[in-house]
Ligand binder design. Sequence first.
Ligand code: C2E
Ligand code: MG
Ligand code: MG
Ligand code: MG
Length: 280
Amino acid sequence: KAKDYAGNQYQLFSNDIEERSVEQIQLENDLFKALQRGDEFELYYQPKFDVRSDELIGTETLIRWNHPEFGLLSPGRFIPLAEETGLITALGEWVIKESCRQMKKWYDKGCTQLAVSANLSPQQFQQTDLASKVAAILKETGLPPQLLELELTENLIVNNTNQTLKTIRELKDLGVQISIDDFGTGYSSLGYLKDFPVDTLKIDKSFIDHMTTNANNAAIIKTIITLADSLKLNVIAEGVESRDQADFLARHGCYWIQGYLYSRPLPVSEFEERYVPSHS
Ligand code: C2E
Ligand code: MG
Ligand code: MG
Ligand code: MG
């Protein structure tokens, strides 16, 4: 009996693996096709606010995939796949272009101070011609460079230091803003911060969760804010869900926040209804 049981378990297990890889392969094919067609991807816009004035200070684009069969997929479902297959460079370029194109439309409607941030994957950053691609996109869309921000992760910065530094400098020379996303979660030393011309540290959501009840998280947050202050960098917190969290952050000198407390990521139409002045 035990043997039968084990046999069944094995059977279930191996079917499971087969199914998952079939699904992966399908997704991979679909991703390729979707990129060629280009109409299944959609950017959601999550606003960023200054808690002192409740003023909108920027918006981050977060990609979604309207899969014909599986419905709306979040980036966790397909970004890793795009990275494995190398499709991320094409997808990432689409993200930057679409972010700039949309923001220029809103700029023309009066949002002249609103910056847009796009997330960049490490592989995208390893392209030696990234800055010239970004320059071409800025030129084509007409978005002022200072209104584009690129969110990078720390892990990207530890890899391949010389090329990374070169690319960051080229992007800064274009006038683009650079922020370090998920700050505090990477396995890097802090030394890079003195060499890399970054503008903003974005405190990771994992520290914000339970920060009012977990003294360690609170200590880390305070340290990051102090660090940003000493290095004359901006600091923003992501994943802020409660008033208590926002109050704590503001009390310690972090005034920029993003999170469900203020707004979830919104589709274009909803973002326009709420935040774009001349839209009706
Ligand atoms: P991220 O850049 O750190 O984005 C924050 C994630 O937290 C987003 O998830 C956002 O929807 C979610 N979030 C924001 N505020 C809150 C909150 O108050 N509570 C909770 N529970 N969640 C909140 P999402 O959209 O699923 O994106 C996940 C990650 O996928 C992003 O993390 C980013 O690393 C990656 N990603 C998203 N769009 C792109 C893209 O266009 N290109 C690349 N390379 N990566 C992307
Ligand atoms: Mg981000
Ligand atoms: Mg983040
Ligand atoms: Mg995060």
